[in-house]
Design a protein around this ligand. Sequence first.
Ligand code: NAG
Ligand code: NAG
Ligand code: NAG
Ligand code: ZN
Length: 531
Amino acid sequence: MQLVKHYWFISFMSFVVLGLITMVNAREIHAPNFLTRGMDPEKNGMAFTNRKVPVDEMEATYWQNQAYSELRQRLKRQPNLNTAKNIILFLGDGMPLTSVAAARIHKGQRDGFLGEEQVLSFEKFPYSGLSRTYCTNAQVADSACTSTAYLCGVKTNTLTLGVNAKVNYNNCTESSNPNNHLTSLYGWAQAAGKSTGFVTTTSLTHASPSGGYAHVANRFWECDADVLDHGVDPETCVDIAQQLVTTAPGKKLDVLMGGGMGKFLPNSITDAFGNKGERLDGRNLLTRWQNANPKGKIVNNREQLLRVNISQVSNIMGIFQSKLMKYRLEANDEQPTLAEMTGIALAFLSQNTNGYFVFIEGGLIDIANHENKAHIALDEILEFNKAIQLARDMTDPNETLIVVTADHGHPLSIAGYPERGNNILGLNNMGGDSDGIPYATLNYAVGPQQYQYEDGMRMDLTGQMSSAEFVAPSYIKQDIGVHGGEDVGVYASGPYEHLFRGVMQQNLIPHMMAYASCIGNGAKKCDPAKS
Ligand SMILES: *[C@@H]1O[C@H](CO)[C@@H](O)[C@H](O)[C@H]1NC(C)=O
Ligand SMILES: *[C@@H]1O[C@H](CO)[C@@H](O)[C@H](O)[C@H]1NC(C)=O
Ligand SMILES: *[C@@H]1O[C@H](CO)[C@@H](O)[C@H](O)[C@H]1NC(C)=O
Ligand SMILES: [Zn+2]
């Protein structure tokens, strides 16, 4: 007994001693690195003077007064318990929090400020939270399953739209089963007598807007030719463009704006931009839409859009490119901006005394992030920012709920210790990599350009980053960048804004919007008989 007891004691003690030795060793190994490389400002490249600090920011009272003023505002805030007559969902496609921070700095620097202190329109909204973006079968989401989550309120499988997770990718049988179909904010608002619509900078049949009106097992079934390309019979499995024009809630939408004209026209017809239609079935869906809406107006450029007399038309369909719309930095005057489309959509929809629901997407943020074109991605966020500012200015927070969010992130980082006011689109000005080569502040995990020599040495990009087209460096080589799986921001202003806080599942968002507006399942709140 004694011996056994001792044995245990001795082994226990040797574990303790070993553990201590390991800890001490670890300290010896890590401490010098940590001190010389991590913390020494001169060796690591951190700002160690206040040469860029604005004079007023050197006074403690500057920060204290700013904080007290913000605190007072927060204490004064009363819950807005009005019913939302109008609801607007703004979606920044592929807009991670890093890109929101970078966009706010870019905006400030473009306007002649240091940048970091700036605030975007939606960052002034009183409530914000985080949205968890994973999908039922994917750790990192695409824009289809996320659209289904934030428009229909149900998480589903990646690449599928408007159907539940019983439907597998590209399975026509499963997606044709009406039991697998979901309803959405568009339909809920229509049932309540509200006007509905969407605006996007991608195409009318792109994943983000269509999660609310299409039911498909494949987001790429945009026209019949695409369905065929995926080995499925388009007569059995109806493409997204056709669903938009022929079935509810798509055919009841009052406003549709974006690109993607080719998906609606037969290949025997040339579209407004000189390109052939993409359809093989001979259907002209624009004629069909016009016949169904004799007082509806189809417009194909900025001037036609701005000329629409909103009190004289029943519907507006704006199609401004054959495929995706162009980046703002690369577009000509023929293409309306997101803010212009937003302004006309809101003016038109607000004529309905029952109110409206509209979905507005900055869709090219994602496309630019896929290309690792950080400058363009930030510019598209600022276009999105302008549209949101306009929407808040045009509406009354007492009756219009605006929610801003993203569908998923991109693996973008803001790296190093660049100095205050350093060009966010340039090199970290405070130091280089372990070979002393300067590196860009904005980097992606995956993308086409590593800027490395064969021996692994990184290229010096000094003077090479000024073009808006510059492709930011990435760590892993792939022709095109990928999405990221982190949480994205949710920002709310208007009735029941206080619900949009904390960490939430993405599919909660439309249910809260419906509740605020007494539509869909949220109608129960406003019906005394049911509450
Ligand atoms: C589609 O799903 C059905 C029902 O789950 C299944 O029987 C069928 O094999 C699937 N089709 C394809 C092409 O995978
Ligand atoms: C729009 O139409 C209304 C009549 O429906 C007319 O009174 C108004 O002047 C028109 N507006 C413009 C800018 O033409
Ligand atoms: C909103 O409603 C509050 C309380 O009913 C009122 O004090 C405020 O003036 C209203 N704001 C606007 C812009 O109408
Ligand atoms: Zn994407």
